[in-house]
Design a protein. Structure first.
Length: 232
């Protein structure tokens, strides 16, 4: 069943808007006779385009490589993300932890071109060229604002890591200015909910990424400037 465009996926979804996501309990568990997780892990998403995989576009085979190699991706191919792959990513997100297991987050999957352009115009620039965007919705409880922001970050990182594990790239952006209210109205989000973060996902355009000019702040600061032991 295809992912509905601009539908809410989460605790508040009900009736015909509810999205039932199939999932694998472990890498070896089968679904429809095959393990999608294992099949996707072994599949090279660039093969069909005749492109040679780079360090980022190649799927990681080691868990630490997966975690350490996550990068923000803004360059996407136009290929749509298959529903089965998107289901896997969303299911990982659904199992993200939250404070007191309140599960304050929902997501709206946006594939409509005009809506993605609207997201881009309101601060989420990468949505313009990505085949899909995921708008994160939180309950908007003012008394739990800090916890909701924290849980939102946990969800986003899970979505990005799941996309990376399945051979896709992703990015995080935030709505600016009046963007949150504008997008809430456009997507039919209740007024008391909060919309701020947008995740973009798609197959990486390796050629476009390689052609980017060098960034002045690439890399990471040395370990001794990051880690303190026992005290600052």
């Amino acid at each position: 069943m295809p992912i509905p465009t601009n539908r809410i996926v989460g605790p508040a979804a009900h009736g015909r808007h509810r999205r039932k996501l199939a999932w694998c309990r472990c890498p070896g568990e089968t679904r429809r006779g095959r393990s999608l997780a294992v099949e996707s892990w072994a599949h090279d998403p660039l093969a069909s385009a005749g492109m040679k995989a780079t360090t980022l576009t190649a799927q990681p085979r080691d868990p630490i490589e997966l975690l350490r190699g996550l990068r923000a991706v803004r360059e996407y191919r136009p290929d749509p993300v298959p529903d089965a792959i998107l289901d896997e990513i969303l299911e990982v997100g659904r199992w993200s932890g939250s404070a007191s297991n309140r599960q304050p987050t929902e997501v709206i999957v946006v594939t409509d071109h005009e809506t993605r352009q609207q997201l881009a115009q309101n601060g989420a620039g990468p949505a313009a060229n990505a085949p899909l965007a995921i708008v994160i919705i939180t309950s908007g409880d003012a008394d739990r604002h800090d916890l909701e922001v924290f849980d939102e970050g946990r969800l986003v990182e899970r979505l990005l890591l799941a996309a990376r594990a399945l051979g896709l790239g992703g990015n995080i952006a935030t709505l600016k200015g009046d963007g949150p209210e504008t997008i809430k109205r456009a997507l039919g989000v209740p007024a008391d909910r909060r919309a701020w973060v947008v995740v973009t996902i798609g197959y990486i355009d390796g050629a476009a990424r390689k052609a980017r000019p060098p960034r002045p702040n690439q890399g990471r600061k040395p370990g001794e400037a990051f880690v303190h032991r026992d005290r600052y």
